[in-house]
Design a protein around this ligand. Sequence first.
Ligand code: AVJ
Length: 321
Amino acid sequence: AEDAPAPLVRATDQGETARFRRDLVAGLSRSPKVASPKWFYDAEGSSLFEAITRLPEYYPTRQEAALLRRVAPDWAARFGSGAALVEFGSGASEKTRIVLDAASDLGAYVPIDISADALDAAAGRIAEAYPALTVTPLVGDFLHLGALPAGIGQGRRVGFFPGSTIGNLERDEAIAFLTAARGLLGPDALFILGVDLVKSPETLIAAYDDSAGVTAAFNRNLLVRANRELGAGFDVDSFAHRAVWNATASRMEMHLEATRDMTVLLDGRRIPFRRGETIHTESSRKYTEDSVRELAEASGWTVAGFETNPDPSVALALLEA
Ligand code: AVJ
Protein backbone atom coordinates (compact mmCIF):
# COMPACT_ATOMS: atom_id res chain seq x y z
CA ALA A 1 0.00 0.00 0.00
CA GLU A 2 0.97 3.65 -0.56
CA ASP A 3 1.39 4.56 3.08
CA ALA A 4 2.88 1.31 4.37
CA PRO A 5 5.90 2.02 6.61
CA ALA A 6 9.30 1.66 4.98
CA PRO A 7 10.81 -1.83 5.40
CA LEU A 8 12.94 -2.12 8.50
CA VAL A 9 16.57 -3.15 8.64
CA ARG A 10 16.66 -6.12 11.00
CA ALA A 11 18.65 -5.69 14.21
CA THR A 12 20.24 -9.07 13.58
CA ASP A 13 21.71 -8.01 10.24
CA GLN A 14 25.44 -8.31 9.53
CA GLY A 15 26.27 -4.72 10.45
CA GLU A 16 24.61 -4.92 13.84
CA THR A 17 26.21 -8.28 14.68
CA ALA A 18 29.63 -6.96 13.66
CA ARG A 19 29.15 -3.90 15.88
CA PHE A 20 28.09 -6.11 18.80
CA ARG A 21 31.20 -8.30 18.32
CA ARG A 22 33.61 -5.34 18.08
CA ASP A 23 32.05 -3.54 21.03
CA LEU A 24 31.97 -6.61 23.31
CA VAL A 25 35.55 -7.62 22.45
CA ALA A 26 36.70 -4.06 23.19
CA GLY A 27 34.76 -3.87 26.47
CA LEU A 28 35.99 -7.25 27.74
CA SER A 29 39.58 -6.33 26.87
CA ARG A 30 39.41 -3.41 29.29
CA SER A 31 40.04 -3.46 33.00
CA PRO A 32 37.57 -3.37 34.67
CA LYS A 33 35.51 -5.20 32.05
CA VAL A 34 32.46 -3.42 30.63
CA ALA A 35 29.65 -4.03 28.15
CA SER A 36 27.18 -1.54 26.72
CA PRO A 37 23.58 -1.90 27.94
CA LYS A 38 22.34 -1.29 24.40
CA TRP A 39 23.17 -4.94 23.59
CA PHE A 40 20.59 -6.16 26.15
CA TYR A 41 17.79 -5.49 23.69
CA ASP A 42 17.53 -8.39 21.27
CA ALA A 43 14.02 -9.85 20.97
CA GLU A 44 14.43 -11.88 24.18
CA GLY A 45 16.01 -8.93 26.06
CA SER A 46 13.26 -6.56 24.97
CA SER A 47 10.63 -8.98 26.22
CA LEU A 48 12.51 -9.50 29.52
CA PHE A 49 12.61 -5.72 29.93
CA GLU A 50 8.85 -5.57 29.37
CA ALA A 51 8.51 -8.18 32.15
CA ILE A 52 10.72 -6.02 34.42
CA THR A 53 8.38 -3.05 33.97
CA ARG A 54 5.56 -5.15 35.46
CA LEU A 55 7.52 -6.32 38.55
CA PRO A 56 6.29 -5.08 41.94
CA GLU A 57 9.82 -3.88 42.85
CA TYR A 58 10.42 -2.00 39.58
CA TYR A 59 8.58 1.26 40.35
CA PRO A 60 9.92 3.58 37.58
CA THR A 61 7.57 2.57 34.76
CA ARG A 62 4.42 2.62 36.89
CA GLN A 63 5.33 5.86 38.65
CA GLU A 64 6.27 7.63 35.45
CA ALA A 65 3.05 6.55 33.71
CA ALA A 66 0.99 7.97 36.60
CA LEU A 67 2.96 11.23 36.53
CA LEU A 68 2.68 11.47 32.76
CA ARG A 69 -1.10 11.03 32.97
CA ARG A 70 -1.20 13.98 35.35
CA VAL A 71 1.02 16.38 33.33
CA ALA A 72 0.28 15.34 29.71
CA PRO A 73 -2.89 17.44 29.25
CA ASP A 74 -1.10 20.67 30.25
CA TRP A 75 2.06 19.95 28.34
CA ALA A 76 0.28 18.69 25.20
CA ALA A 77 -1.63 21.98 25.06
CA ARG A 78 1.69 23.61 24.17
CA PHE A 79 2.41 21.34 21.18
CA GLY A 80 0.12 23.19 18.74
CA SER A 81 -1.52 21.42 15.82
CA GLY A 82 0.25 19.09 13.42
CA ALA A 83 3.23 18.59 15.72
CA ALA A 84 5.49 15.54 15.42
CA LEU A 85 6.29 13.44 18.47
CA VAL A 86 9.78 11.92 18.13
CA GLU A 87 10.46 9.17 20.67
CA PHE A 88 14.02 8.08 21.39
CA GLY A 89 14.32 4.41 22.42
CA SER A 90 10.61 3.76 21.98
CA GLY A 91 10.57 0.04 22.90
CA ALA A 92 6.95 -1.10 23.21
CA SER A 93 5.61 2.49 22.87
CA GLU A 94 3.35 1.95 25.88
CA LYS A 95 3.78 5.38 27.52
CA THR A 96 3.42 7.02 24.16
CA ARG A 97 -0.31 6.36 24.28
CA ILE A 98 -0.66 8.65 27.30
CA VAL A 99 0.82 11.52 25.27
CA LEU A 100 -1.07 10.61 22.09
CA ASP A 101 -4.37 10.52 24.01
CA ALA A 102 -3.67 13.99 25.46
CA ALA A 103 -2.46 15.52 22.16
CA SER A 104 -5.46 15.04 19.90
CA ASP A 105 -4.22 17.17 16.98
CA LEU A 106 -0.74 15.65 16.73
CA GLY A 107 0.29 15.02 13.09
CA ALA A 108 3.07 12.46 13.25
CA TYR A 109 4.77 9.93 15.48
CA VAL A 110 8.39 8.91 14.88
CA PRO A 111 9.50 6.03 17.14
CA ILE A 112 13.24 5.34 17.12
CA ASP A 113 14.59 2.08 18.58
CA ILE A 114 17.59 -0.22 18.23
CA SER A 115 15.42 -3.35 18.42
CA ALA A 116 13.80 -3.79 14.99
CA ASP A 117 11.49 -6.49 16.36
CA ALA A 118 10.12 -4.35 19.20
CA LEU A 119 9.89 -1.30 16.91
CA ASP A 120 8.09 -3.12 14.14
CA ALA A 121 5.43 -4.52 16.46
CA ALA A 122 4.98 -1.28 18.42
CA ALA A 123 4.73 0.99 15.36
CA GLY A 124 2.11 -1.34 13.89
CA ARG A 125 0.01 -1.25 17.06
CA ILE A 126 0.17 2.56 17.29
CA ALA A 127 -0.69 3.05 13.61
CA GLU A 128 -3.70 0.81 14.07
CA ALA A 129 -4.91 2.52 17.26
CA TYR A 130 -4.35 6.09 15.92
CA PRO A 131 -5.35 5.98 12.24
CA ALA A 132 -5.10 9.77 11.77
CA LEU A 133 -1.44 9.78 12.78
CA THR A 134 1.45 9.37 10.32
CA VAL A 135 3.72 6.76 11.95
CA THR A 136 7.31 6.65 10.68
CA PRO A 137 9.47 4.14 12.61
CA LEU A 138 13.25 4.54 12.46
CA VAL A 139 15.46 1.62 13.44
CA GLY A 140 18.83 2.48 14.89
CA ASP A 141 20.90 3.78 17.76
CA PHE A 142 19.42 7.08 18.89
CA LEU A 143 22.91 8.19 19.97
CA HIS A 144 23.96 8.33 16.31
CA LEU A 145 21.17 10.30 14.73
CA GLY A 146 21.35 11.56 11.21
CA ALA A 147 18.45 13.79 10.20
CA LEU A 148 14.73 13.15 10.46
CA PRO A 149 13.04 12.12 7.21
CA ALA A 150 11.85 15.25 5.36
CA GLY A 151 8.28 16.48 5.77
CA ILE A 152 7.51 14.94 9.17
CA GLY A 153 4.54 16.79 10.67
CA GLN A 154 3.62 20.40 9.94
CA GLY A 155 4.32 21.96 13.29
CA ARG A 156 6.63 21.77 16.24
CA ARG A 157 8.79 18.75 16.86
CA VAL A 158 8.44 17.33 20.35
CA GLY A 159 11.15 14.98 21.61
CA PHE A 160 9.98 12.25 23.99
CA PHE A 161 12.58 10.43 26.06
CA PRO A 162 10.83 8.76 29.01
CA GLY A 163 11.78 5.78 31.13
CA SER A 164 15.01 7.26 32.50
CA THR A 165 16.84 5.86 29.48
CA ILE A 166 19.10 8.92 29.74
CA GLY A 167 20.33 7.38 33.00
CA ASN A 168 22.26 4.80 30.98
CA LEU A 169 24.47 7.52 29.49
CA GLU A 170 27.68 9.01 30.82
CA ARG A 171 27.42 12.75 31.48
CA ASP A 172 29.28 13.70 28.28
CA GLU A 173 27.14 11.28 26.24
CA ALA A 174 23.94 12.66 27.77
CA ILE A 175 24.97 16.23 26.92
CA ALA A 176 26.00 15.21 23.39
CA PHE A 177 22.66 13.43 22.93
CA LEU A 178 20.49 16.28 24.29
CA THR A 179 22.44 18.80 22.20
CA ALA A 180 22.10 16.68 19.03
CA ALA A 181 18.39 16.15 19.72
CA ARG A 182 17.90 19.92 19.98
CA GLY A 183 19.55 20.32 16.57
CA LEU A 184 17.52 17.47 15.08
CA LEU A 185 14.18 18.76 16.39
CA GLY A 186 14.72 22.34 15.30
CA PRO A 187 14.30 25.87 16.65
CA ASP A 188 10.78 25.52 18.06
CA ALA A 189 11.28 22.16 19.70
CA LEU A 190 9.98 20.85 22.99
CA PHE A 191 11.41 17.83 24.78
CA ILE A 192 9.82 15.67 27.46
CA LEU A 193 12.54 14.02 29.55
CA GLY A 194 11.88 11.31 32.15
CA VAL A 195 14.41 10.61 34.89
CA ASP A 196 14.57 8.52 38.03
CA LEU A 197 15.35 10.38 41.25
CA VAL A 198 17.79 9.59 44.05
CA LYS A 199 16.07 7.66 46.85
CA SER A 200 16.83 5.06 49.53
CA PRO A 201 19.38 2.42 48.46
CA GLU A 202 16.98 -0.33 49.66
CA THR A 203 14.28 0.76 47.21
CA LEU A 204 16.81 1.17 44.40
CA ILE A 205 18.54 -2.17 44.95
CA ALA A 206 15.22 -4.06 45.13
CA ALA A 207 14.22 -2.51 41.79
CA TYR A 208 17.38 -3.88 40.15
CA ASP A 209 17.51 -7.23 41.97
CA ASP A 210 13.92 -8.46 42.04
CA SER A 211 12.89 -11.55 43.97
CA ALA A 212 11.57 -13.34 40.87
CA GLY A 213 15.00 -13.09 39.19
CA VAL A 214 13.73 -11.40 36.03
CA THR A 215 16.40 -8.68 36.18
CA ALA A 216 19.06 -11.37 36.69
CA ALA A 217 17.80 -13.13 33.55
CA PHE A 218 17.80 -9.79 31.67
CA ASN A 219 21.41 -9.17 32.71
CA ARG A 220 22.57 -12.71 31.85
CA ASN A 221 20.74 -12.57 28.50
CA LEU A 222 23.67 -10.47 27.28
CA LEU A 223 25.84 -13.59 27.56
CA VAL A 224 23.14 -15.84 26.08
CA ARG A 225 22.94 -13.46 23.11
CA ALA A 226 26.73 -13.40 22.71
CA ASN A 227 26.80 -17.20 22.68
CA ARG A 228 24.08 -17.41 20.06
CA GLU A 229 24.94 -14.44 17.83
CA LEU A 230 28.72 -14.36 18.15
CA GLY A 231 29.43 -18.04 18.89
CA ALA A 232 30.98 -16.98 22.22
CA GLY A 233 31.68 -19.59 24.92
CA PHE A 234 30.21 -18.06 28.10
CA ASP A 235 29.17 -20.57 30.76
CA VAL A 236 26.16 -18.42 31.67
CA ASP A 237 25.54 -20.23 34.99
CA SER A 238 29.01 -19.19 36.19
CA PHE A 239 28.03 -15.50 36.20
CA ALA A 240 26.00 -14.04 39.07
CA HIS A 241 23.75 -10.99 38.79
CA ARG A 242 24.84 -8.08 40.99
CA ALA A 243 22.97 -4.81 41.60
CA VAL A 244 25.03 -2.14 43.40
CA TRP A 245 24.24 1.43 44.50
CA ASN A 246 27.23 3.67 43.72
CA ALA A 247 26.51 6.73 45.91
CA THR A 248 29.52 8.72 44.72
CA ALA A 249 28.47 8.50 41.08
CA SER A 250 24.73 8.61 42.01
CA ARG A 251 23.96 5.52 39.97
CA MET A 252 22.71 1.96 40.20
CA GLU A 253 25.12 -0.45 38.56
CA MET A 254 24.49 -3.92 37.20
CA HIS A 255 27.37 -6.35 37.00
CA LEU A 256 27.86 -9.97 35.97
CA GLU A 257 30.24 -11.53 38.47
CA ALA A 258 32.37 -14.56 37.60
CA THR A 259 31.78 -17.19 40.30
CA ARG A 260 35.01 -19.06 39.40
CA ASP A 261 38.29 -18.54 37.53
CA MET A 262 37.71 -19.27 33.87
CA THR A 263 38.64 -18.51 30.29
CA VAL A 264 35.94 -17.56 27.79
CA LEU A 265 36.34 -17.88 24.04
CA LEU A 266 35.14 -14.83 22.13
CA ASP A 267 35.92 -14.02 18.49
CA GLY A 268 38.97 -16.34 18.50
CA ARG A 269 40.35 -14.72 21.66
CA ARG A 270 40.70 -16.17 25.14
CA ILE A 271 39.27 -13.79 27.73
CA PRO A 272 40.42 -14.59 31.28
CA PHE A 273 38.14 -14.10 34.30
CA ARG A 274 39.18 -14.29 37.95
CA ARG A 275 36.60 -15.46 40.47
CA GLY A 276 34.83 -12.32 41.75
CA GLU A 277 35.75 -10.26 38.70
CA THR A 278 32.78 -8.50 37.09
CA ILE A 279 31.56 -7.22 33.76
CA HIS A 280 29.93 -3.83 34.41
CA THR A 281 26.89 -4.14 32.14
CA GLU A 282 24.82 -1.06 33.01
CA SER A 283 24.73 2.21 34.91
CA SER A 284 21.37 3.80 35.71
CA ARG A 285 21.94 7.32 36.93
CA LYS A 286 19.60 8.76 39.55
CA TYR A 287 19.02 12.51 39.46
CA THR A 288 17.89 15.45 41.58
CA GLU A 289 16.02 18.51 40.31
CA ASP A 290 19.32 20.41 40.38
CA SER A 291 21.22 17.78 38.42
CA VAL A 292 18.47 17.62 35.75
CA ARG A 293 18.46 21.42 35.37
CA GLU A 294 22.21 21.48 35.16
CA LEU A 295 22.25 18.75 32.47
CA ALA A 296 19.51 20.39 30.39
CA GLU A 297 21.13 23.80 30.54
CA ALA A 298 24.56 22.42 29.66
CA SER A 299 22.85 21.02 26.53
CA GLY A 300 21.32 24.37 25.51
CA TRP A 301 17.73 23.65 26.63
CA THR A 302 15.56 25.74 28.95
CA VAL A 303 13.61 23.93 31.67
CA ALA A 304 9.97 25.01 31.22
CA GLY A 305 8.49 22.49 33.64
CA PHE A 306 9.64 20.00 36.29
CA GLU A 307 7.16 17.64 37.94
CA THR A 308 7.63 14.84 40.44
CA ASN A 309 5.33 12.41 42.26
CA PRO A 310 5.37 10.91 45.77
CA ASP A 311 7.85 8.21 46.78
CA PRO A 312 9.14 6.13 45.05
CA SER A 313 9.46 9.28 43.00
CA VAL A 314 10.50 9.91 39.44
CA ALA A 315 10.50 13.21 37.52
CA LEU A 316 9.43 14.57 34.15
CA ALA A 317 11.01 17.71 32.76
CA LEU A 318 9.59 19.79 29.90
CA LEU A 319 12.44 21.37 27.97
CA GLU A 320 12.22 24.19 25.45
CA ALA A 321 14.75 24.85 22.70
C1 AVJ B 1 15.51 1.09 30.38
C2 AVJ B 1 17.61 1.93 31.06
C3 AVJ B 1 15.63 2.83 31.99
O1 AVJ B 1 17.96 1.63 33.91
O2 AVJ B 1 16.09 1.20 34.93
C4 AVJ B 1 15.88 -2.13 34.19
C5 AVJ B 1 16.91 -0.71 32.30
N1 AVJ B 1 17.99 -2.29 33.89
N2 AVJ B 1 16.38 -2.98 35.10
C6 AVJ B 1 16.81 1.17 33.92
C7 AVJ B 1 16.91 -1.68 33.43
C8 AVJ B 1 17.64 -3.09 34.90
C9 AVJ B 1 16.24 0.58 32.63
N3 AVJ B 1 16.27 1.58 31.52
